[in-house]
Design a protein around this ligand. Structure first.
Ligand code: HEC
Length: 99
């Protein structure tokens, strides 16, 4: 029983992310985007919604991102530096595949 508890505690310290070392994008995201709210999970939003969310944060002056920083964060969140290769398309065409 004690051993099980220790194991549970050990797992909890991993931050709930059973992944390898953090990518630059993840580090940038955590550094830039979690000072005001908890980190939203990448899977919570589609690519288009992530681009919108970051646009909104920038428009509201919550965050200022250099283009490289934005690209890194978007790569972490969506798998692509522009949010999506077809993001302009996806924005105007709601039936375009999101992920
Ligand atoms: C200076 C504080 C601050 C920083 C830094 C910040 N945010 Fe936010 N964010 C907010 C506030 C406040 C809200 C909720 C109220 C609002 O929408 O204005 C919010 C809401 C959000 C939401 C939810 C929007 C919705 O409609 O559900 C997302 C997603 C988000 N932020 C992503 C980000 C990302 C990505 C970054 C980094 C690029 C970031 N935030 C950096 C303050 C911040």
């Amino acid at each position: 029983m004690k051993r099980l508890l220790a194991l549970v505690l050990l797992c909890a310290c991993g931050g709930g992310r059973p992944r390898g070392p953090m990518s630059d994008g993840e580090r940038m995201y955590l550094a830039k985007c979690t000072s005001c709210h908890a980190a939203y999970e990448p899977a919570e939003r589609t690519r288009v919604k992530w681009v919108d969310a970051i646009d909104e944060m920038e428009a509201k002056k919550k965050v200022h991102l250099a283009p490289e920083e934005r690209a890194l964060i978007l790569t972490y969140l969506t798998g692509s530096p522009a949010g999506a290769a077809d993001s302009a398309d996806a924005r105007t065409n709601p039936v375009a595949p999101k992920r």
